[in-house]
Ligand binder design. Sequence first.
Ligand SMILES: *[C@@H]1O[C@H](CO)[C@@H](O)[C@H](O)[C@H]1NC(C)=O
Length: 274
Amino acid sequence: MIIFTLFTIIQSQIAQLSLYGEGIREQLVQIIDENQLDCQTIQLLITRGFGQHILDLIADEQIILESHLQCAKQSIQNDLLQLQQLKNRFTNHDNHVIIKPIILWAQSKANILIKVKFAHRIDAPAYISVKNHQIQYLNHKLSISAESDQNNILTQFFLEIPLLNDIDKTIDWQVESVGTMVLNITKLESKLWLHLSKNKNDKFQIWWDLKEQIGQDMEDFSKLLENQEDYLKNKKKQQKKIESQQQQQQTPTIKQNLFFSLFLQLKQWVSKWF
Ligand SMILES: *[C@@H]1O[C@H](CO)[C@@H](O)[C@H](O)[C@H]1NC(C)=O
């Protein structure tokens, strides 16, 4: 506590020193005389820009011990090191979290429109100050990447979609409102797609807001999806039917087998004892 108070006094004394004022040297000597000189004081003086004055004092009057200077240098170096590590944490691409942006998609026969929201969830607020947007189509995969340094933390966004069908390499895209962007993709073959991605686990929501703007093609797409759902439901029903039929057929055979093995065992006992 006492040390803290002493240091606070030194701090305020140093704060009152003017870098270019008159009689700096005398004031510095006074501060050094009044306070027990330690690393912290010297470090503080150096960080406030009095480094050259201190070097002069060492050269002329030798009132500052070399060892004090050495330890001040060490602690300043430690500060720099910490700063560097902190900086590395924010810029090291292996270290920070990569978020998949949220997308919605709609289509006409000729185009696919994708709305990208740089957020954790569809209903979460989008990141602000999103920059370095990169849209690429390579090896049949569409990749969307960007980054944000919101709150001084570097957040990376990355999403790669193996597209169901081929598209034109030149993708028209623009940043929309805060933290969102829209892609306008041209299909190579004019037809509706059932899914956006080849990967069955990719479930992207449909951008129904564009239904009116796009018109008939979105109606057809909607029907396509409904039919697909019906088809899947029917398929599941039929599978269940087949399975239950198989079980019914299996049950008697199991019973028969059980009966048969029991009979065999009985026969063995009988032959043993009689
Ligand atoms: C997308 O691009 C096509 C041209 O390729 C254009 O006709 C269409 O209006 C665009 N859609 C939007 C929503 O910008």
